[in-house]
Design a protein around this ligand. Structure first.
Ligand SMILES: Cc1cc2nc3c(=O)[nH]c(=O)nc-3n(C[C@H](O)[C@H](O)[C@H](O)COP(=O)(O)OP(=O)(O)OC[C@H]3O[C@@H](n4cnc5c(N)ncnc54)[C@H](O)[C@@H]3O)c2cc1C
Length: 432
C-alpha cells in the first residue's frame, strides 16, 4: 500500500535491511529456571557479551522484549567509524591529555577489533572498508576540517584527505556541501546480516536466546538475582543490562543516565545503476558536520540510497516524519525528486550526558551502553569487554570504565529538554 505519492507501491514502514534478513521466527523455547549469566537485550552488546561467557563455559541466556535484534542493531545505517562524539580538545579539558588520547585511541582500536572479528568468524555481512566522506555544511566548517587534518594530534594521526568543493564531484554529485574530508579507514556493513551472523555464532557456542520475553522486575537473592519476566522468573548468578536506547523502568539507575533520541531512515527504490553510481562515485559512507547530522550511503548492492537523520523530536512513527526526512535528502540530491521511497523506519539511539559510551557494574549489575550513534563498533566491543569483565579477565579492563556515568537532577528517562536542545543546535547549524 502506498502512503504518500512519493512512496513506491511496495512501500514498507520497517527497515530495508529486514527484506534481506527477515526477523527470526519466534520459537516458544521454554524459559530455564536458572542460568549463570542472564543478559537483557539481544543487540550487538548483549550478543557479544553472551558469546564470551558461553565460550568460557558459563550457562548463558539472552532475553529480549521483542524479536532477537529488534532494537537498533538491525535498524542502523551500517556506517562504522570507531569515533566517540567528543573531540580530543573537549576530552583533554575534561580528563587531561593522556586520558583523552587513551579514550579516542581505545574507541578507534574497536574499529580494527571489529574488522578482525568479522573476518576471523567469516561473518557474511557486506563488511567493506569503503572510507567516509565527512562533508562540510558551510565554508567555516570546511576550514575547521582542513585545519584539523593538517594539525593532527600526535598519537592519534589517521589517514585523511581534504577535498575542496571544486574537486568534490569525485565524491558526491551535489552542490550542497562546501568540500569535506575523506577518512580512509571507516567502513560499512549490512547491520542485520551482521546481527544474524553474530546471533548464530553465540547460539552455536552455547548461548540461549529467547525473544518476546521482557524483563519486568529485578530482585537480589543471595549472591545472585531473581529476574521476573513476561514469561516467568529466572534465577541468575550474574546479570547484564544491554538495552541501550531502549533502557526502561526495570533498571532505573541506568535509565536515568541514558537519553533515548530517535533517528530516522529511508530507503529509495532501486535506481538505474549508472544514475545511482553517479550520486556517490567512490561509494563511501557519508555524514556531515551539522550537529543535527544527516548520514547516507548506497545500499550494499549499490542500487538504493539509504538516508538518515534526526528530523523529529517527538515522533515514534517514522511514517509521519518521512516527508521531512525526504525533504532533507532532496536538499542534497534534488535529482532524486522522481525516485520513489520504498522503506522508512526509526530507532532510539542511546545518548549519555557526557556523550561518551559507558560500561561497568552498579549494584552487582553489569552494563554497557550510551554509544551516541556509533554503536556498531562500540556496542560490539563493549559487549565483548563486559563479557570479559564478568569473567574476571584482565583484557576486559577499559579506560571507558573510568569516566563517571552522569545523570542530571530531575531526569528520570524522559528527555523533556530535547526539543529545545534540538532547536538550539539547529540554530547553531544555520550560522556556525
Ligand atoms: C536509525 C539508526 C541509525 C543508526 N546508524 C548507525 C550507524 O550508521 N553506525 C553506528 O555505529 N551506529 C548506528 N546506530 C546506533 C547503533 O545501531 C546502536 O548504538 C547499537 O545497535 C546498539 O546496540 P545494543 O545492542 O546496545 O542495543 P539494541 O540493538 O538497541 O538492543 C537493545 C535491545 O534491548 C531490548 N530490551 C529493552 N528493554 C528490555 C527489557 N526490559 N527486557 C528485554 N529486552 C529489552 C530491546 O528490545 C532491544 O532489542 C543507529 C541507530 C539508529 C536507530
Amino acid at each position: 500500500m502506498s502512503h504518500y505519492p512519493f512512496c513506491s507501491s511496495d512501500f514498507k514502514n520497517e527497515p530495508y535491511w529486514w527484506d534481506l534478513t527477515p526477523r527470526p521466527a519466534a520459537h516458544a523455547l521454554p524459559l530455564p529456571a536458572t542460568t549463570e549469566v542472564l543478559v537483557i537485550g539481544s543487540g550487538y552488546t548483549g550478543l557479544h557479551c553472551a558469546l564470551q561467557t558461553a565460550l568460557a563455559g558459563r550457562s548463558t541466556l539472552v532475553i529480549d522484549a521483542a524479536d532477537a535484534g529488534w532494537g537498533c542493531s538491525t535498524r542502523n545505517g551500517g556506517q562504522i567509524s570507531g569515533e566517540i562524539k567528543p573531540g580530543y580538545a573537549v576530552l583533554a579539558r575534561r580528563h587531561g591529555a593522556a586520558d583523552a588520547v587513551a579514550l579516542v585511541g581505545a574507541a578507534r582500536g574497536a574499529l580494527d577489533w571489529l574488522g578482525g572479528f568479522v573476518a576471523e568468524n567469516g561473518l557474511d555481512c557486506d563488511y567493506r572498508q569503503c572510507g567516509r566522506y565527512l562533508a562540510a555544511h558551510n565554508s567555516r566548517q570546511f576550514q575547521r576540517l582542513a585545519t584539523a587534518a593538517r594539525r593532527q594530534i600526535p598519537g592519534l594521526e589517521q589517514k585523511q584527505q581534504v577535498v575542496e568543493k571544486r574537486d568534490q564531484s569525485s565524491e558526491i554529485d551535489s552542490d550542497f556541501y562546501h568540500g569535506g574530508l575523506v577518512i580512509e579507514h571507516h567502513c560499512g556493513l549490512d547491520p542485520a546480516k551482521y546481527h544474524q551472523g553474530l546471533l548464530r555464532l553465540a547460539q552455536t557456542n552455547g548461548a540461549q536466546v529467547i525473544g518476546h520475553c521482557a524483563a519486568v522486575g529485578i530482585e537480589r537473592e543471595g549472591d545472585g538475582f531473581i529476574v521476573r519476566t513476561s514469561r516467568g522468573s529466572i534465577k541468575a548468578r550474574e546479570l547484564v543490562v544491554a538495552t541501550n536506547g531502549y533502557t526502561g523502568a526495570v533498571t532505573p539507575w541506568q535509565r536515568r543516565r541514558i537519553i533515548p533520541i530517535g533517528s530516522y531512515m529511508l530507503a529509495t527504490e532501486p535506481m538505474n545503476p549508472g544514475f545511482a553510481a553517479r550520486l556517490m562515485p567512490a561509494s563511501r559512507v557519508f555524514s556531515d558536520t551539522r550537529r543535527i547530522v544527516v548520514y547516507f550511503r548506497r545500499s550494499p548492492d549499490g542500487e538504493r540510497l539509504l538516508f538518515g537523520g534526526r528530523v523529529s523530536v517527538f515522533e515514534s512513527d517514522p511514517l509521519r516524519s518521512l516527508p521531512a526526512l525526504r525533504q532533507e535528502m532532496l536538499h542534497i540530491f534534488p535529482q532524486l525528486s522522481e525516485v520513489k521511497i520504498s522503506h522508512s523506519w526509526m530507532g532510539f539511539v542511546g545518548y549519555s550526558f557526557d556523550s561518551l559510551p559507558h560500561l561497568g557494574t552498579r549494584d552487582g549489575i553489569h552494563y554497557a551502553m550510551g554509544y551516541c550513534g556509533s554503536g556498531i563498533c562500540l556496542a560490539s566491543y563493549f559487549g565483548h569487554l563486559i563479557g570479559l569483565q564478568l569473567l574476571g579477565k584482565a583484557q576486559g579492563n577499559s579506560v571507558f570504565n573510568q569516566p563517571r556515568f552522569q545523570t542530571r537532577p530531575l531526569y528520570r528517562g524522559k528527555p523533556w529538554f530535547l526539543a529545545s536542545a534540538v532547536r538550539y543546535y539547529q540554530l547553531l547549524d544555520r550560522f556556525i
